[in-house]
Design a protein around this ligand. Structure first.
Ligand SMILES: [Cu+2]
Length: 295
């Protein structure tokens, strides 16, 4: 091929096009990461953790992944070694060994030690999730067939949250994930969720915030999380098979800056003014508070 000024210019143009395209795609993905925590197509890893519990849970997951990989590789290596070393050809007369005290002690003690090493960070995390930490706000979540109800006991508002049907989706809304009324919270807030159910069992599951708790009728389960700073949407789904429309009850937690949250709250108090607050649950909530204060 003859190299002319024109071809050089053309190839430079191509290179520049690629650079622009690559930068554009990267910026798009970074922006996407910045505004939403959601599952991605062909995602192999966990969702990016948000808040202290999710970060620690992801760290534990990564640590366990190393441990389990080492164990699997070791066991596979042993199997291959045994298959080769004790194959029939060089061992026409098979060994009849049935006991070896040293090996038996090793294969009992080493797994116990591994379990202890795993148990320490695991229990630490478990205690953290169960800890009665002071929180900034309380939200009551009720699972129903097949939608969620969110109640802000301190603000005396309550509303239902339904999936947006595929035919009604707007350009920036996600199929099977976006809802009409998201659970709006202020950014940088520690929230306690009181989770209960209206009918069958559901499960309130928002992976990026490490929230997963069963929603059971007649029972209140507690869980807390720290929503980090930043205007962001955290997507989740019911993950307890609860009936025919189980797949259609997604969860959206929308974190807003404090002033935007206050504005939303004002509007919400008007919009949801007619929604009844469950008086029985409110009493249960008060009792719970009192019990804690006595302790
Ligand atoms: Cu479900």
């Amino acid at each position: 091929m003859k190299i002319t000024f024109h071809t050089v210019l053309k190839s430079w143009k191509n290179i520049l096009n690629y650079i622009f395209l690559a930068t554009g795609t990267t910026v798009f993905f970074l922006l996407n990461i910045a505004v939403a925590s959601e599952p991605k197509p062909w995602q192999m890893d966990l969702q990016e953790p948000a808040g202290i519990i999710a970060t620690k849970a992801t760290d534990l997951h990564n640590f366990l992944l190393v441990v389990i990989t080492l164990i699997s590789v070791f066991v596979l290596g042993l199997l291959v070694y045994v298959c080769i070393k004790f194959r029939e050809k060089p061992n026409v007369k098979p060994s009849k060994t049935s006991h070896n005290t040293l090996i038996e002690i090793i294969w009992t003690v080493v797994p116990v030690l591994i379990l202890v090493v795993i148990a320490v960070p695991s229990f630490k995390l478990l205690y953290l999730t169960e800890a009665d930490k002071p929180v900034d706000m309380v939200v009551k979540v009720s699972g129903a067939q097949w939608y969620w109800n969110y109640e802000y006991p301190d603000e005396e508002i309550s509303f239902d949250s339904y999936i947006i049907a595929e035919s009604d989706l707007k350009d920036n809304q996600k199929r099977m994930l976006d809802v009409d009324n998201p659970l709006v919270v202020p950014e940088g807030t520690r929230i306690k969720f009181l989770v209960t159910g209206n009918d069958v069992m559901h499960s309130f599951f928002v992976p990026s915030l490490a929230l997963q708790v069963y929603s059971i009728a007649g029972r209140i389960n507690e869980i807390w999380t720290e929503v980090p700073l930043g205007k962001k949407k955290y997507y989740g789904q019911c993950n307890q098979i609860c009936g025919v429309n189980h797949a259609y009850m997604p969860i959206v937690i929308q974190a807003l800056p404090k002033n935007e949250y206050e504005k939303w709250l004002k509007k919400a108090k008007v919009k949801f003014a007619n929604n009844p607050i469950n008086e029985n649950n409110k009493i249960a909530l008060l009792e719970k508070k009192e019990v804690k204060e006595i302790k």
